[in-house]
Design a protein around this ligand. Sequence first.
Ligand SMILES: Cc1cc2nc3c(=O)[nH]c(=O)nc-3n(C[C@H](O)[C@H](O)[C@H](O)COP(=O)(O)OP(=O)(O)OC[C@H]3O[C@@H](n4cnc5c(N)ncnc54)[C@H](O)[C@@H]3O)c2cc1C
Length: 477
Amino acid sequence: MTKQAFIIGSGPNGLTAAIVLARAGLRVTVLEAQPTLGGGLRSSELTLPGFVHDVCSAVHPLALSSPAFRSMPLREHGLEWIHPPAPLAHPLNGGECVLVDVNVRKTAARLGRDEAMYRRLMTPLTAHWNDLMEDVLAPLHWPRHPAAFARFAVMAPWPATVVARIMFRTREAQALFAGMAAHSFLPLEALGSGAFGWVLALSAHAVGWPVARGGSQRIADALVSYLRSLGGEVLPNRRVDSLGELEPGALVLCDVSPRQLLRLGRNRLPDWYLRKLERYRYGPGVFKIDWALKEPIPWRSAECSWAATVHIGGTLEEIAESERAPWRGEVSERPFVLLAQPSLFDSSRASAGMHTAWAYCHVPNGSRDNMTARIEAQVERFAPGFGERILRRHTMGPAEMEARNENLVGGDINGGAADLRQLFLRPSAGMYRTPAAGVYLCSASTPPGGGVHGMCGYHAARWAIEGMRLTDRAGGL
Ligand SMILES: Cc1cc2nc3c(=O)[nH]c(=O)nc-3n(C[C@H](O)[C@H](O)[C@H](O)COP(=O)(O)OP(=O)(O)OC[C@H]3O[C@@H](n4cnc5c(N)ncnc54)[C@H](O)[C@@H]3O)c2cc1C
């Protein structure tokens, strides 16, 4: 009889795990607590009717870099990527803007004295991007592409501030690298923070930073449609509170955070493992605003309108200060803001002439601070008159985030702190495997961590298939 597999949670990792298992011939059922599917891929009319906002993720270099997604016919299932003219804009005081072009040479040409260095650093790894991603978006292993991986591994462990100051001399290149590295949620002085900067900078040149036409929900819709075409079942409004609710003997993959696994598995997991899950550390949270706008954002530098993503925070020093604050339990007065303006390139996001924008900044885990005024002041700083264009705003702090998706513990959007220790061995040395037979973890709290790439689900499913084969073989002896 065909083996049954249950996936708890329909985020990108849950859906990817389900697809890998369905392709291996298992009977797959995804159980999702919320009425809508997709976890961090949901889109919704958060502000006004006709304005489609990405509730969580909006910009998708990691989805395009993902070996798992590349193996799926998602375009046939309705997914269309939109590439803005430039992946990223980073405004600076004085009306200047560092614009990242997909082309390394064109980007470097804007960086003055850092032109040659930028080209030297970015060109070789951009050329081997797909190989590199097979090794980077994976649990610890002997690299399949040692040459590319070794080059990356030499650069990756260093703190972002060290990289920016040693490699670059201009405030433009330093600020650019700091903004990329701030996606780590780590203080930029922390070991490993530079790795995020490299991955994001390289991805801008290798694959671009696209948005999904119609909203990130379309990525989830395509994954669900492909899964259903393989015979998989996806059920919304099906919260699982205990592993005991599921058919005995079925394979179970949990797209949940360690805190929830504690609750789900209390009766099936040994005390030593529960204690490890209890000790798992979460990183800073986010405070997010979605705006319905009557006109585009009036950037002082027109080039800021060429990219869907804008990094707002000024210089390396300012960004570094902003990213230190949440780790001290404080909010920054001038926070580093990640802003997306997808409607400039996707007219389906708002009615004619109107626009949407999405922005968040980092705050201490579980913070109750309202960052609306501070985020909007940062946008105003580079786009005077922005406030007059707001029709309606919708805000979410860590508590609202967690209420919409239990995986966002204290507003942590990466499934747990991604410092060097927890980046490689998340949530424990067993990674996807739990001590309960046939129960695996497949969320962003496993390697390679946060982001929309599905690779946690992909590897967890492969481990589960391997585990099943070993059990069958042992049973047949
Ligand atoms: C504000 C924000 C902005 C982001 N921006 C980006 C971005 O631009 N680009 C990018 O690549 N990434 C971004 N991310 C990160 C990305 O969304 C996540 O890393 C990714 O969604 C993690 O996927 P996942 O499958 O592990 O979990 P999730 O996407 O969180 O999905 C987990 C699912 O499991 C369900 N679930 C939980 N518990 C249960 C239960 N007991 N029973 C049933 N169902 C359950 C949840 O409801 C949820 O649907 C962002 C995240 C947030 C919150």
